[in-house]
Design a binder for this molecule. Sequence first.
Ligand code: SF4
Length: 674
Amino acid sequence: MEKIATICVYCGCGCGLFLHVEDGRIVGASPSPAHPVSRGRLCVKGWLAADFVHHPDRLKTPLVRKGGRMVRGSWDEVLSLTARRFKEIREESGPDALAVLTSAKGTNEENYLLAKLARAALKTNNVDHVARLCHAPSVAGLGFALGSGGMTNPIRSLLSSGAILVTGSNTTEQHPLVAAHILEAQSRGATLIVVDPRRTQMAQLADIHLAPRLGTDVSWTNGILNLIIDLGLVDEDFIIKRTEGFSALKDLVVQYTPVEVERITGIPSGDLEKAAVAFGEADRAAVVYAMGTTQHSCGTDNVLALANLVLATGNVGRDGTGIYPLRGHQNVQGACDMGALPSVYPGYQKVEDPAARERMEAAWGTDLPAEPGLTAVEMMEAAEEGRLKGVYISGENPMISYPDRDQVMRALSSLEFLAVADIFPTETTALADVVLPVASFAEKDGTFTSTERRVQRVRRAASPPGEARPEVEVAADLLRRLGVDADYASPEEVMAEISSVTPSYGGISYQRLGISGLSWPCPSRDHPGTEILHQGSFPIGRGRFSAVEQQELAEDLDYPLLLTTGRSLFHFHTGTMTRRTHLLDRERPKAAVDINPADAAALGVRSGTMVVVESATGSLEIEARLTEEVPVGTVYIPFHFAEAPANQLTARTLDPTSKIPGLKRTPVRIRRAE
Ligand code: SF4
């Protein structure tokens, strides 16, 4: 049996694991003891990471729609058709009638080439991916406050923290190996503060649990900062030497008294004070957050408020401090780094910056569009309105993961041409004109970049099934068919090009990525990589405070409950892989809506009762599950399940800065099903 060292395909922790291969088949996975995050451990998804790889549902041949039916085609046929239809649409309607959605499950090399496909071949900046639905506010908010949207410290730095504030993160279920580090720090004496409306396992393990009303994050964060200022616990030296804008913030947060914060958030003022003292008094404190913070129509404000907290307390640039935006997918960080975003090239070089554009035009040997493109949710609106006509989707399933599912269905159905690359049939491939079968993570070479900015090698352990190909080959083939030079002999050659155009990846090469990888920025071949950002300075000079205020939260008497959505330990995203992993699906085979027993009593509902959940956007029928994990007035649905898709209910209300939809707070009502 051969053991191939690679990286887990699920969450952003980026655990190192071995795939066990016997006679060309993957028969198991085990953790890498030497890997800096895994340290000999994996969560249940990691142990089962390769179980879906040989599943009989795998897409094995290219498919093309003929006479309303999907039939088998050759690679040459489907790629010729795709290139021809994209050219025709570009000639008839202009380049911005085209778009590419890349995949945070794809490698850096695939994301780079697909973003290049959009910009250099199709001539549009309409390129985006699932980061729009998870950490676009981190890219915008931390980018503004600190000069980089990346996690400031490596995961293991949490072991040195004296206080850890975790908010909007169901860490034990979504980032189990980060949770393991946090709980290890707690066992060494760190105070664990968890802020979450739900009583998650993390909240139950916390020393202090604050349960705010949904959508009130700016209030409690400003309230904690106000108390820290009052108690004289700010780091004045750090503020004076390394930041700007503190006095305006100080003038603002004075309004967020404990009493006022209790009125807005429901957090008892005494608990808020305990949290402020614990965080403010710690010599090294860290903030960890995830989508419970970002997936709001004020997601960027939420991130800016957290950045204020770490800046005011001088918790930046040292071991044990920092701010940790936990990325959901294993390569969502890398997809952002590769410029799979409508406003930036690789390395976050702005498309609107003429100097950056000139550099990329010289590197790619072609003119590039200057205006930022459409974001993912804007693409759906443009498609429904007929402005967007041709789309390439790589490994995403917007039919389940995007807000307002009915609208996504109308949008994708109204396209003139839709190409979808994936490893399994999905609700989105069902709408495609061509389906491109591609290799899974276990069947290709490349790199992933984890949530801690660690660029790591992904290695081929088995052959793709049937005629499936690594998408790096598919993207290069399409580039050539659309007139762009793309003669890459291997993914390694693509990485060589990435490092030549991406300053923060300048020193990254396959030879240098051992078992631990390298953390960016790594600007040159002799640079050791950067585990802790902002040690002596910020890339923007001084750290910037922002005086952010709590937004007004509209109440809707027709929809008196608030729905929040999330994930389960046993499933990942739209369930494409985990629902085909028997042991994971056995643990959580179906969706349910979590309702507090007090709300359930008022509705006349028990555990197991079928209910109809309705919002202004849509409705769905689902089984009720009674639990005190959700507070009175709030209900919760995991979004993995196509048969009860939570995003049937969510709306497209966007954060004005980052354009993330407010998925985490939807007014709903519930009644017993007929
Ligand atoms: Fe994979 Fe994340 Fe689990 Fe690690 S913590 S094994 S990366 S799912």
